[in-house]
Design a protein around this ligand. Structure first.
Ligand code: HEM
Length: 529
């Protein structure tokens, strides 16, 4: 343990990270030939036409024509910062991850985002926020790719394209954007009532954070930790902002969207530049790793459920400080590539079916977004550990690999056999049992309770917070054109809380319905009463 002693990289200091760009006294072509003029095209005489021969003109315009890369398919709008994470050692008993040993300092890069809006959309919309952290540990990159809301809309990744299609702008007119106020969103969440929990958090003050500096972050899924002795536990990750958790009122958010659509981006950059470095503590909820993978009756593989802190208190394991702004938005914020499968020894995934699908999705989308399979070589994505892989070639390969035998083991390249190195810091998946019957498209019965925890959340709020929730439902549902969708969503609210349903129905001028399904009420699980 102890502080890492590696030489800081450009990413760590926030300094420009390219050794090739914009150096030297003269303007040159991309290939280094000195230029005499960059303001006038080469012409046949002063009045033209312009000659095809002008290499500088063609290079300058061609490169410009290709400046844009596709925006992220979700979380396109974001802002990021560099920082440092310092562990306090409290996690040493449950994980062997070296960066969580007492006193270890690890450089991090954090990207905050909205989910639905495009790259140029406004910051202060009602939406979930991404909270993705890249830890450059000496055992490899560890990514904690979380959100500011502790649950997710769906329980199985196969429905991710559906919920995102429902939330993104309509395909015909490309409106509305970055708001949940439209028919397809409410159609989806009223037809898929597992989404009601996440939606209630969106309708609460959590849906419009005051600042990225004042947001909690959650790993959402349950992860499996393994310690030096090989013992495992099931955990949930929580980021807690030192500035407290604050929201904007809907009126403030609407005004800000007009006056300063970059409000959150500006706030983060200005604070860091002024030396007001935002901080978060990282905390764990640690639960026993039992064959059932439940805790106090809560299914830990269901990403639509929380574990209440009263049942499993948080244990702080370290502090993160964001201390430097990116020096180039494109190179760092835009090109950073997070992946929930970037793990280090001591941290493993569970069989949460949402998490399992994410493990496939991120690398797949990044191959398109970042133009091929070599984006791990981009400065912002580069690990601070040694890399010795057998990956070769591909678009945008920048490594010049040596040797003649790109496979292991081999008898040609200096006799360097591959060995697993289980005892020497290699990542080993924790063996986990699978059910006797495989190839099922079903899910556990415990995934069917869609309302108990939503009610728990609503009833935990103060009266003014409950008022905000009711106002948000009324406003957002009021934007639906289809009466049947409003009525179906009211039936879901009736199953959550009759009083809330009555207030929202009253605001919409609709009759108060009977709940469509009887779930949970009046007997919530003992743990959640
Ligand atoms: C991007 C979180 C579920 C696919 C992101 C980002 C975050 C995030 C924070 C932004 C990363 C960045 O800043 O670059 C989450 C959380 C989820 C979740 C917390 C559930 C608990 C899913 C699922 C899928 C998915 C189920 C697909 C099956 C994607 C994709 C991107 C993305 C494709 C864009 C990545 C890129 O272009 O770099 N997600 N996500 N996510 N997520 Fe998720």
């Amino acid at each position: 343990s102890g502080p890492e002693t590696r030489t800081p990289t450009g990413a760590e200091t926030g300094a420009p990270q390219s050794a090739v760009a914009q150096q030297g006294a003269y303007l040159t072509t991309a290939n280094g030939t000195r230029l005499a003029d960059t303001d006038h095209s080469l012409k046949a005489g002063p009045r033209g036409p312009v000659l095809l021969q002008d290499h500088h003109l063609r290079e300058k315009i061609t490169h410009f024509d290709h400046e844009r890369i596709p925006e992220r398919v979700v979380h396109a709008r974001g802002a990021a910062a560099h920082g440092v994470f310092e562990a306090n050692g409290a996690a040493e008993g449950v994980t062997k991850a070296a960066f969580l040993r007492a006193g270890t300092r690890t450089r991090v890069f954090v990207r905050f985002s909205t989910v639905l809006g495009s790259r140029g959309s406004a910051d202060t919309v009602r939406d979930t926020r991404g909270f993705a952290t890249k830890f450059y540990t000496r055992e490899g990159v560890y990514d904690l790719v979380g959100n500011n809301i502790p649950v997710f809309f769906i329980q199985d990744a196969i429905k991710f394209p559906d919920i995102i299609h429902a939330g993104k702008p309509h395909p015909d007119r490309e409106i509305p954007q970055a708001q949940s106020a439209h028919d397809t969103f409410w159609d989806f969440v009223s037809l898929h009532t597992e989404a009601q929990h996440h939606t209630m958090w969106n309708m609460s003050d959590r849906g419009i954070p005051r600042s990225y500096r004042m947001m909690q972050g959650f790993g959402v899924h349950t992860f499996r930790l393994v310690n030096e002795a090989g013992e495992t536990s099931l955990v949930k990750f929580h980021w807690r902002p030192k500035l407290g958790t604050h929201g904007l009122t809907w009126e403030e958010a609407q005004l800000l969207s007009g006056k300063d659509p970059d409000f959150h981006r500006r706030d983060l950059a200005d604070a860091i530049e002024a030396g007001a470095h935002p901080q978060w503590t990282l905390a764990l909820q640690v639960m026993p790793d039992t064959p059932e993978e439940t805790f106090e009756g809560i299914d830990l593989l269901d990403p639509t459920k929380i574990v209440p802190e009263e049942l499993c208190p948080l244990q702080e394991i370290g502090t993160m400080t964001l201390d430097a702004n990116p020096s180039n938005f494109f190179a760092e914020t835009e090109q950073v590539a997070f992946h929930p499968g970037h793990l280090v020894p001591g941290i493993d995934v569970t069989n949460d079916p949402l998490l399992q699908g994410r493990l496939f999705s991120y690398i797949d989308t990044q191959i398109t977004r970042l133009g091929g399979p070599n984006f791990a070589q981009l400065p912002i994505n580069r690990t601070h550990a040694d890399v010795n892989d057998m990956l070769r070639d591909g678009m945008h390969q920048t490594a010049v690999h040596a040797g003649v035998a790109p496979y292991k083991p081999n008898s040609l390249d200096g006799g360097c056999p591959f060995h697993a190195g289980a005892d020497e810091g290699a990542f080993i998946e924790v063996p986990a049992p699978v059910a006797e019957s495989v190839k099922e498209r079903s899910q556990p019965a415990s995934f069917d309770d869609h309302f108990t925890q939503v009610r728990l959340f609503y009833r935990s709020l103060t009266p003014i917070e409950q008022q905000h929730v009711a106002d948000a439902y009324a406003f957002e549902l009021g934007k639906c054109y289809e009466q049947a969708i409003k009525e179906r969503q009211l039936r879901a609210l009736a199953a959550i809380d009759a009083e809330l349903c009555a207030i929202v129905a009253g605001s919409l001028g609709l009759p108060v319905p009977e709940p469509e399904v009887e779930v949970g009420d009046p007997e919530p699980s003992p743990a959640l009463r």
